[in-house]
Design a binder for this molecule. Structure first.
Ligand SMILES: CC(C)(COP(=O)(O)OP(=O)(O)OC[C@H]1O[C@@H](n2cnc3c(N)ncnc32)[C@H](O)[C@@H]1OP(=O)(O)O)[C@@H](O)C(=O)NCCC(=O)NCCS
Length: 174
């Protein structure tokens, strides 16, 4: 799968979550109407801590436009096992959490951040895989449009860990 790597927002960058930035990232929020689509960044960071403590892989990033924190992303790989888990998660990296704060949405930052996250996943930080997967609520038009136009292809699976089972989509890394 070929994706144009052209970045619209030149100052965009990923910064690993650290002792200096986690409080700023906790303060980032989606719109009220989007809250059902993604966990709060505070919950995501707590969950990542638990995954790391159990010896599994997870990586959390702040998304920055220059020095301004604008979003948050969490990449998983064989991080958890649960009932209703999509089969493809057993052999892919996954975009586990992804959000742009409501103040900064609609400027192309989400698409640019996805390109940077793809570059990161392609370093195979936890071993080689052929795919990068994600899931989204079928009503989440913004996420559905962004992911599918980026190159994620729905594979027909559902992630049933959510109250409303989410659609699973897969980006080929080969
Ligand atoms: C999904 C999200 C990360 C996108 O971030 P963003 O910075 O606003 O995205 P961009 O500005 O890069 O826009 C990406 C594309 O989505 C489109 N888009 C935005 N809102 C849309 C909507 N409601 N319906 C359809 N398309 C939409 C944009 O037009 C753009 O399309 P284009 O690049 O083809 O022109 C952001 O909306 C968000 O944080 N939502 C809440 C959390 C969430 O849903 N996370 C994903 C969980 S699966």
């Amino acid at each position: 799968m070929t994706v144009s790597q052209a970045i619209k927002n030149e100052a965009i960058r990923l910064v690993e979550v650290n002792d200096d930035n986690f409080v700023d990232l906790m303060d980032l929020e989606t719109a009220e109407s989007q809250k059902g689509y993604v966990a709060s960044n505070t919950v995501s960071m707590a969950q990542a801590y638990a995954v790391l403590a159990s010896g599994k892989f997870v990586q959390c990033f702040g998304i920055y436009d220059g020095d301004t924190p604008v979003g948050f992303a969490m990449i998983g790989h064989r991080s958890e096992e649960y009932e209703g888990m999509a089969e493809v998660y057993r052999h892919s990296y996954y975009l586990w959490r992804f959000m742009i704060d409501q103040r900064y949405q609609g400027k192309g930052l989400g698409r640019d951040a996805l390109k940077l996250l793809l570059d990161y996943v392609r370093t195979f930080p936890d071993g080689k895989e052929d795919a990068w997967s994600t899931s989204y609520d079928g009503d989440n038009e913004a996420a559905k449009h962004l992911y599918t136009s980026f190159g994620f292809v729905p594979n027909g699976e559902k992630d049933s860990s959510y109250e409303d089972a989410e659609d699973v989509a897969v980006f080929s890394l080969v």
